[in-house]
Design a protein around this ligand. Structure first.
Ligand code: NOJ
Length: 549
């Protein structure tokens, strides 16, 4: 089905996140690539997604899985060429699937040509002004300008040998850009146009809340004085969520609006929910991720509160919602939902379990899957867009058993023994159970090791199998396309605090039993169920889509 000319396509789109290095490998080097994505367009079409969002595929030393970009306007040779990119976009568009690419504007890699120029240029030079350089403290600048800690652990400043230090909020290989510099601003506009001209439909904006910074205080505040950004409501944090971002994204919006239909964008902004609208407005990026469900327990009251809050927030901005349960940065939700209650299941949790190599506490895998299937039916019934992460349609769990030598995430290396990082949700996808690397590629190579039993989740093990998670997703997406109407919902009070039910325009809706007991099902025709359901009783941790009688 070819693409329609619909400027609002994103409002209720199902967007599937591809983490290219782990999706499909076309040449057998163990690293997924763009030709691999092209080879799997049929899977995406049969699944019924409206768009794919590709995590970075740019040239990179992979100090942070590609979020350390050497060149924003090229393809990593290990992943293909610009011609492969064009072929992939054409194939996806031909299948009616739009393409969103990741833009990483807070930092480049330390191999970017402008960073090399900055290092080769003297202190105070225009080349250094493109990044955030400061003099070190002490007589010879041997001490960092502040005691700030990077997001991956360890110091946020790196010395360059002449008394100056550069800021990196993430890994040392990811120097932060100076967004007060007009050349930096202009260069990103060039990058946006470069990809938009190649047919890209939208952008996911990495750490969108970090670009603007105010380092004018002397001395700089200490780490202990930095309030967590999601507690700051007035734009006064020196590093995050500053008001100057409004002007930056207004310029981006002007570029998006040069295109017909306008290009879209979604901000990754971990800010106070009350500040999210600043990224989501029509004069800004247009949409902002809400990670609230991803951080929530599988609990009716929490889900209800999150939905109400976010529906009210988008009503104010005119944006649409962005529901998400998993992505490449968090423990997969099947596993989160199987952790014992007192271990929390939010996105950043599961740490203790990961550190134990997946042995303690015990994960109730069946319960995790049951809840994951119910949660996704709930999510897909909501008004707004749904972001799915590759492999969740197969019910993939988090992999905790990766040996230390095989780990890649900088978090693991920079916080030894404290955090094993995010590799466990990035293990290459199983496609064919009987093939080497479970069909990830033509050889047995897999850049992160696939654990025993991985092949059991393969696409060909679930294709056409009634009740499989893959078939559940396919049916849900197909039905959603048929049923989806105006972006509203109406809660139905079923008189049970563990049950949530709402109706959408057109006389259909969802009922979810969050509890461990059976509940009675309100009347209606069951269109789809996340687990066995006889139509009269809703089993524990099960969701159904119903048509009103
Ligand atoms: C957010 C990305 O999702 C994550 O994977 C990355 O490590 C950081 N931003 C830094 O770019």
């Amino acid at each position: 089905m070819p693409l329609t000319h619909d400027p609002d396509w994103w409002r209720q789109a199902v967007v599937y996140q591809v983490y290219p290095r782990s999706f499909a490998d076309s040449d057998g080097d163990g690293i997924g690539d763009l030709a691999g994505v092209t080879s799997r367009v049929d899977h995406l079409r049969d699944l019924g997604v409206d768009a794919v969002w590709l995590s970075p595929f740019y040239p990179s030393a992979l100090a942070d899985g590609g979020y350390d970009v050497d060149d924003y306007r090229d393809v990593d040779p290990r992943l293909g060429t610009l011609a492969d990119f064009d072929t992939m976009v054409a194939a996806l568009h031909e299948a009616g699937i739009r393409v969103v690419v990741d833009i990483v504007p807070n930092h480049s890699s330390n191999r970017h040509e402008w960073f090399a120029e900055a290092l080769a240029s003297p202190k105070g030079s225009p080349a250094r002004d493109r990044y955030v350089f400061r003099d070190g403290l002490g007589p010879d600048g041997a001490e960092p300008p502040s005691d700030w800690v990077s997001m991956f652990g360890g110091p946020a400043w790196e010395p360059v040998g002449d008394g100056q230090w550069y800021l990196h909020l993430f890994a040392p290989e990811q120097p932060d850009w100076n967004w007060s510099n007009p050349e930096v601003r202009q260069d990103f506009l060039t990058t946006l146009r470069f990809w938009a001209d190649r047919g890209v439909d939208g952008f996911r904006v990495d750490v969108a809340h970090a670009l603007a910074k105010d380092l004018s205080a002397d001395p700089l505040p200490s780490q202990a004085d930095l309030v967590p950004v999601d507690e700051v409501l007035d734009g006064s944090h020196p590093l995050w969520d500053r008001d100057e971002l409004t002007e930056i994204y207004a310029r981006w919006r002007a570029v998006f609006d040069e295109y017909d239909p306008p290009r879209v964008a979604v901000a990754e902004a971990w800010v106070h929910p009350a500040r999210r609208h600043r990224y989501a407005g029509a004069d800004s990026l247009g949409q902002a991720f809400n990670f609230d469900l991803l951080r929530a327990d599988f609990a009716a009251a929490d889900f209800r509160r999150i939905i109400d809050h976010n529906l009210a927030a988008t009503a104010r901005t005119g944006s649409s919602n962005t529901w998400v349960l998993s992505n490449h940065d968090v423990v997969r939700h099947r596993t989160r939902y199987g952790l014992p209650d007192d271990h929390g299941r939010g996105g950043a949790t599961g740490r203790e379990w990961l550190l134990s190599g997946g042995t303690s506490p015990r994960v109730d895998d069946e319960q995790g899957l049951r809840r994951a299937r119910a949660a996704v039916l709930f999510l897909l019934a909501l008004p707004g867009s749904a972001y799915l992460y590759q492999g969740e349609e197969l019910g993939l769990p988090e992999v905790a058993s990766i040996r230390d030598e095989a780990r890649q995430d900088p978090t693991f290396y920079r916080s030894p023994g404290v955090d094993v990082g995010r590799d466990g949700c990035r293990v290459p996808i199983p496609w064919r159970a009987a093939a080497p690397s479970a069909g990830f590629g033509p050889s047995a190579a897999s850049h992160l090791p696939q654990p025993d039993g991985w092949a059991e989740f393969a696409v060909d093990r679930q294709d056409g199998v009634e009740g499989s998670t893959l078939e559940l997703y396919r049916e849900a997406l197909a039905l959603r396309h048929k049923l989806q109407g105006a972006e509203t919902l109406e809660w139905t009070d079923v008189g049970d605090p563990d049950v949530l039910a709402f109706e959408r325009p057109g006389g259909w809706g969802v009922v979810v039993n969050f509890s461990g007991r059976e509940v009675s099902l309100p009347g209606g025709e069951v269109l789809l169920a996340s687990g066995p359901c006889d139509g009269a009783v809703l089993p524990p941790e099960t969701a159904v889509w119903l048509r009103r009688p």
